[in-house]
Design a protein around this ligand. Structure first.
Ligand code: SF4
Ligand code: SF4
Length: 407
């Protein structure tokens, strides 16, 4: 007797994928050209054809927990060669957006298999995160909510600054002239951003990634992509270490034909974020460990790294926007522009803050610094829900791919 598999299409999921930029998915007639031309797809169980079939059937669980949607680097070769205009690259991008939103909202039942006071506290915190993150996922993908997303940090900074007295709207000149910390105290920056990292971004990603790793592993076992039955986290970390050089070089983009020019822009933005991360940490250690306060001399090598990273961020983001505008056959959605706008805004406001300070324009430089921090807040507070989260999920997926020996 033949085995029967019950398939339950999720029509709501199909509609969501269409709304997220995958509106062409129903055009696919499963010719497999996309899987053949994809330069990144493996020989065994190649993508994206099987994902196109799953998407048109609304097989949400098969797609959201599918490792392969993250191995795709959206180079667009499949989209350009698809004879039906089904745009598989865009469909996979839409599925990734759906997955990011899904993993950003902690499940309401938390870790329901644990007992004890500590686990009850953790579960309570997970439920609170669930309540807050659910509307935020929608807000980040809704252009009408953009003013609200920017108003949140403005109000927060002013209210907290006035309550604590750490925001001074008419600051004196420091020993070295204009100093931003006399306007917006470094303490105020830390009071806002340190909890943001440790009590917001970190727990959301931790809960999301634990689910994500479990899901992609179960899916890989189900689809016969791996021989490993259990996940060994130490092996996964070793896999991560092995893929780091590839991630730093962004060499997967070099395999692409159609969007090869994305390589440079992507690489510039990626490295500039790393550069700015290093600079921020050095300044943090210098301030609290060595009690050295800014502003720093332009001759300081850390300042060079900051300036080079800032310029690279602006050029990289501008190139990304140019490349998207140039590719009229590829779909760009609100979430793409939201992220690109944030990255470009972050770079421009950062450099303008610096230039207006050097130009001695006190009022203007304080204003630019405030706006710059609003952009920083937006980028980080909404990181788990925005497209930028792909950095985290793709990195983990590549590590899992390496660890699991994806067939
Ligand atoms: S997405 Fe296009 S290329 Fe891929 S299987 Fe469908 S019709 Fe063929
Ligand atoms: S967008 Fe590029 S990497 Fe992704 S499936 Fe298509 S060809 Fe492959």
């Amino acid at each position: 007797m033949t085995d029967k598999t019950l398939i339950e299409p999720d029509v709501g999921f199909v509609k969501e994928i269409i709304g997220l930029g995958g509106d062409t998915l129903k055009k696919c007639f499963q010719c497999a050209t996309c899987s053949v031309v994809c330069p990144i797809s493996p020989d065994t169980k190649p993508f994206p054809r099987k994902e196109m079939i799953a998407a048109s059937w609304g097989l949400k669980d098969r797609l959201v927990s599918n490792l392969d949607i993250w191995l795709c680097h959206y180079c667009g070769d499949c989209t350009s060669n698809c004879p039906r205009g089904a745009k598989p690259g865009e469909v996979l991008g839409a599925v990734r957006s759906y997955a990011i939103a899904d993993y950003a909202v902690p499940p309401v039942d938390g870790f329901n298999n644990q007992g004890g006071v500590l686990w009850r506290i953790i579960n309570a915190k997970i439920r609170i995160l669930h309540l807050i993150t659910k509307p935020l996922v929608k807000a980040v993908n809704d252009p009408k909510m953009l003013p609200v997303l920017f108003a949140v940090p403005v109000v927060l900074f002013i209210v907290l600054g006035l309550i604590t007295g750490l925001l001074d709207f008419s600051p004196p000149l420091g020993e070295k002239g204009i100093a931003h910390h006399l306007f917006f105290s470094t303490w105020l920056v830390d009071i806002i951003f340190v909890p943001l990292v440790f009590f917001w971004i970190f727990p959301i990603f931790t809960i999301g990634l634990l689910r994500f790793i479990k899901d992609i592993h179960e899916n890989a076992v189900l689809e016969g992509k791996t021989d490993k039955n259990e996940i060994e986290y130490f092996g996964l970390i070793k896999g991560l270490i092995r893929v780091i050089p590839s991630i730093l070089k962004q060499d997967k983009f070099k395999d692409c034909t159609e969007n090869k020019d994305r390589d440079t822009a992507h690489w510039m933005v990626f490295l500039s974020f790393i550069g700015l991360f290093i600079v921020t940490n050095i300044f943090f250690v210098a301030l609290y460990g060595l009690h050295i306060e800014g502003p720093y001399s332009q001759l300081n090598p850390v300042k060079w790294l900051a300036n080079i990273s800032g310029i690279a961020l602006i050029i990289g983001a501008a190139l990304m926007i140019y490349n998207r505008l140039k590719k009229t056959d590829q779909t760009s959605t609100y979430k793409d522009w939201y992220l690109l706008g944030l990255v470009l805004g972050l770079g421009i406001t950062g450099m303008l803050t610096e230039m207006t300070r050097l130009g001695g324009l006190a009022g203007l430089t304080y204003f630019m610094y405030f706006i710059h921090l609003v952009f920083v807040f937006n980028l980080f507070a909404f990181l788990p829900f925005s497209k930028l989260a792909h950095l985290v999920y793709r990195t983990v997926a590549m590590a899992y791919n390496e660890y699991s020996g994806r067939k």
